[in-house]
Design a protein around this ligand. Structure first.
Ligand code: NDP
Ligand SMILES: N[C@@H](CC=O)C(=O)O
Length: 380
């Protein structure tokens, strides 16, 4: 349809191309690795999406932990410069108030932080009409009571919450598991390398003649690790992913139920992040010894395993361990920052469904978050 100029003085200022578009108003919290890619991806795909579908994607807020940029008409590609120049300090009530006073509809809150405090705001956002999308895993791994209350609130307010990137970054994993489970397929075990950063670290460390600290530094620089890389190295991040999958299967597990092998030497566990980063070289000797003692033709893999009796709410075993596997096995053959998920089910028997691909990285994760935004935009 082309733009039409009509005689009516009000209508003649309206671009008929946009008249039927459903405007989706998005507030993005966290514009680090993932968040900044997401804002850029939305802004650069906006026109194409508007042409192909009846959607007008409007980012009306972007914030980090210190400042926010609020623009009713939406951010443009200079958003970061504008935010640096005119971003203001804020609290989350300001965003809710802004959405209300500007009568913004079809609201989506996107959480690209890794912050435990921020998820406490989810309920208020839902209460005020926002759908939720998060790459942040924390809301799905707090105690079961929080998990269930949030879902109750979402149901009562008819809002959606999508978090496909919580496990396997941009890979279509949670959706697949949800569908298998909902359709009555008995999932009997899920096992694999769930961490993109640890996959990259051990693939590289096993294959190349480099110190552990230099490989870890590369993983940090590539944006594969959590904001504090110790969350990856201590196993918490993988543990969270395992728990999220367990809960998708309606298992009643808490984070404390997971048996996790912590890879950080004891005296580096509770120092500040700054001190940890300054002392990375202390990881070199312990990991070099492990490597030297390894059996020929094996490689290290940090493996998560959801097993036990998954037909009982409290029958599951959740383990996360560093293991040596043959180089030519499915896990041993992983490359780069790939993750791999083996999903065993009753119908598929001993041959699991396998989902494999980039398990970390800002661009792929942002694309996954974008996918969740579009899924919600299509819903009602
Ligand atoms: N990187 C990856 O490959 C993947 C990441 N994820 C998840 O994505 C999330 C983001 O990761 P990543 O982008 O790498 O992390 P970064 O550290 O690069 O970015 C985090 C952002 O969150 C902001 N932030 C922190 N606390 C708050 C708060 N209370 N309110 C508003 N903003 C806040 C930070 O702001 P400030 O600078 O002011 O602190 C920063 O902009 C994490 O939860 C991670 O687990 C999921 C899948 C893959
Ligand atoms: N730090 C995480 C990023 C994705 O969740 C990982 O390494 O897998």
């Amino acid at each position: 349809m082309s733009t039409q100029v009509l005689d009516n003085p009000v209508l003649d200022r309206i671009d008929l191309n946009n008249i039927k578009k459903k405007k989706i108003n998005i507030a993005i919290f966290g514009h680090g690795n993932v968040g900044s890619h997401l804002v850029d991806q939305i802004i650069s795909s906006k026109e194409e999406i508007s042409r192909r579908r009846d959607l007008d994607l409007n980012i009306f807020a972007v914030a980090n932990s210190k400042t926010i940029l609020l623009q009713q008409k939406g951010l443009n590609k200079n958003w970061l410069e504008e935010k640096t120049e005119s971003g203001e300090s804020y609290n989350v009530e300001d965003v809710i108030f802004f959405a209300k006073t500007n009568n913004l509809q079809n609201l989506i809150l996107v959480d690209n932080t890794a912050d435990a405090g921020f998820v406490q705001n989810y309920s208020a956002f839902v209460e005020n009409g926002f759908h939720l999308v998060s790459s942040n895993k924390i809301a799905n791994t707090l105690d079961l009571n929080f998990y269930k209350e949030l879902r109750k609130k979402l149901t009562s307010k008819k809002r959606h919450y999508l978090y496909e990137t919580n496990v396997g970054a941009g890979l279509p994993l949670i959706d697949t598991i949800k569908l298998l489970h909902l359709s009555g397929e008995n999932i009997t075990r899920i096992r694999g390398v769930f961490s993109g950063s640890l996959s990259y670290i051990f693939n590289t460390f096993s294959e190349e003649d480099r110190t552990f600290s230099s490989v870890l530094k590369s993983a940090i620089d590539k944006g594969f690790t959590e904001p504090d890389p110790r969350e990856d190295l201590c196993g918490n991040d993988v543990g969270r992913k395992l728990l999220i999958l367990a809960r998708e299967l309606d298992l009643h597990n808490e984070f404390e139920d997971i048996s996790i092998q912590n890879l950080i030497p004891k005296d580096l566990r509770s120092v500040s992040k700054k001190e940890f980063l300054a002392r990375l070289k202390e990881l070199d000797v312990p990991f070099q010894i492990k490597k030297k003692n390894q059996t020929k033709d094996t490689v290290f893999r940090y493996v998560a395993d959801l097993n036990g009796d998954l037909s009982k709410e409290t029958g599951a075993l959740l383990d996360v361990n560093l293991v040596s596997v043959p180089k030519n096995s499915m896990l041993g053959a992983l490359k780069g920052s790939d993750s791999i998920f083996e999903i065993y089910t009753e119908s598929y028997g001993n041959n699991p469904i396998v989902i494999q691909g980039a398990g970390a990285g800002a661009a792929v994760t942002a694309r996954g978050v974008f996918g969740d935004i579009l899924r919600i935009s299509d819903k009602d």
